[in-house]
Ligand binder design. Structure first.
Ligand code: SF4
Length: 442
């Protein structure tokens, strides 16, 4: 035995976690550990559950000995989140995520001291930015929380906890042991389908039918995060000087970017969370006096005069012009694909269903050169389907050198230039190619 092994601290830290059978942790002990660390609710999901099928490989890459996912909920204070003073809302969001990171860190420390290795991916940001714009998260907390019985997804695509409602932060701990009891999803959805989130979202990202326009939300709400920040940097680089920059970016927007860089990135809206009345602890004012709730919570956000960031030609731009003419439309660039897999992955996220109205066509893509790939894209009934390989009959066949295609997407190469040099070849009606382009404004 080494000197270190005899050290009292090391001996104390070797106390074993209670287990019903060797290697299986007691659920109540683990739950108490998480609550004592500051979590407000906890659930457990075994790694072989079907709900994590689509992220199991990624989780095991990050922590290969994962046996159980411990899902944790922390509650937020609703009033700052509901305020039109979005600095207060942002402070609450970030404080809540930081608290969750502290909680998961404390639990992982205690587990380690009990001889149970565990790992805590971040609650929100930072993420794995070397993979941007692909899958940057280590674990998707929302489906884990739902599987763990901590709530259900609301119309606004956030988890609604049955008691705390939408005012929660989520964390997940990757645990190297099985847990004696696992949790099941709750058998009802706390979302009351009031559609206030639909009404409040300035960019129309949430459809009343449950459709979610990812790029509308990403472009506005996350303006000072990934794609918005890189667009801002491009704007600086493209500007001919200070006067030109100030023509492109308002003084308040530059100051807001400074604030994001100095403190933490500002969410521009998150109004869907702010107006959500669901949850046992928060629904009272909505049930007591719906009109007063609308006037006090929803209307101030809807009537706020503010810049709203949209991609030119997008569904969001049309929505702001139609529903919120008092807000200022700011036309910006959206997500840019840096690879062919990134382009194909991003098609589902950047698809604009209103632009696709009346379009029914199948496209076969063949990429050659540095990133060879084949894919089938079908647009029908305002929805998109992307498959690997060539499936069925295509009305349009596009064969492209991968670098030429990415250059065309980024705006550094013209489509005409690429077609003249036969770097990009198109077979099929030109109108269907033009219609395809309109579905993915950038
Ligand atoms: S605002 Fe209403 S419809 Fe939207 S998620 Fe909350 S409860 Fe559901």
């Amino acid at each position: 035995m080494t000197k270190l092994d005899e050290h009292p601290t090391v001996i104390r830290h070797r106390r074993r976690a209670p287990a019903e059978v060797p290697g299986v942790l007691d659920a109540e002990w683990l739950r108490r550990l998480c609550l004592d660390a500051g979590a407000d609710d906890v659930g457990f999901v075994a790694i072989d559950r079907s709900e994590v099928d689509d992220q199991r490989a990624e989780i095991l890459r990050a922590f290969p000995s994962t046996r159980t996912l411990v899902s944790l909920v922390g509650r937020m204070n609703p009033e700052p989140v509901r305020s039109p003073a979005r600095s207060a809302a942002n402070q609450e969001f970030h404080a809540s995520y930081e608290h969750m990171d502290e909680v998961t860190r404390k639990v992982v420390r205690a587990l380690g001291e009990a001889g149970v290795p565990a790992m805590n991916p971040t609650s929100a940001f930072p993420m794995e930015m070397d993979r941007y714009p692909g899958r940057i998260w280590v674990v998707a907390h929302k489906p884990v929380a739902v599987a763990a019985g901590l709530g259900q997804m609301g119309l606004h695509r956030c988890v609604i906890h049955p008691v705390f409602g939408s005012f929660i932060s989520l964390g997940t701990i990757l645990l190297s042991r099985d847990v004696a009891a696992v949790s099941e999803p709750i058998d009802y959805n706390p979302c009351v389908e009031c559609k206030l989130c639909v009404a409040a979202c300035p960019v129309g990202a949430i459809g009343a039918d449950g459709y979610f326009n990812f790029s509308a939300c990403m472009t506005h709400n996350y303006r000072e995060f990934m794609s918005g920040f890189t667009d801002w940097v491009s704007t600086i680089a493209d500007s001919r000087g200070g006067d030109d920059y100030r023509r492109r970016v308002a003084e308040s927007e530059s100051a807001s970017m400074w604030q994001s860089l100095s403190f933490k990135a500002n969410y521009k809206a998150a109004y869907c969370v702010a107006v959500c009345p669901a949850g046992e602890d928060v629904i009272g004012p909505f049930l007591d006096d719906r009109k007063r709730f609308l006037e006090g919570v929803v209307d101030p956000l809807k009537s706020k005069e503010e810049p709203v960031y949209v991609i030119p030609g997008s569904d969001a731009e049309a929505h702001v012009a139609r529903r919120f003419p008092w807000k200022t439309i700011r036309r910006v660039r959206g997500l840019r694909a840096g690879s062919i897999p990134g382009f194909l992955f991003g098609l589902r996220l950047t698809f604009q269903r209103e632009a696709a109205r009346g379009l029914s066509a199948t496209y076969h893509f063949t990429f050659t050169g540095r990133e060879p790939a084949e894919a089938t894209v079908t647009i029908r009934d305002r929805s998109i389907n992307v498959q690997d390989g060539h499936e069925g009959e295509a009305q349009v066949r596009i064969t492209a050198d991968s670098d030429a295609w990415l250059g065309f997407l980024s705006g550094t190469r013209s489509l005409v230039w690429a077609m003249i040099r036969r770097k990009i070849r198109v077979r099929g009606p030109l109108r269907l190619l033009v219609a395809f382009g309109k579905c993915f404004p950038s």
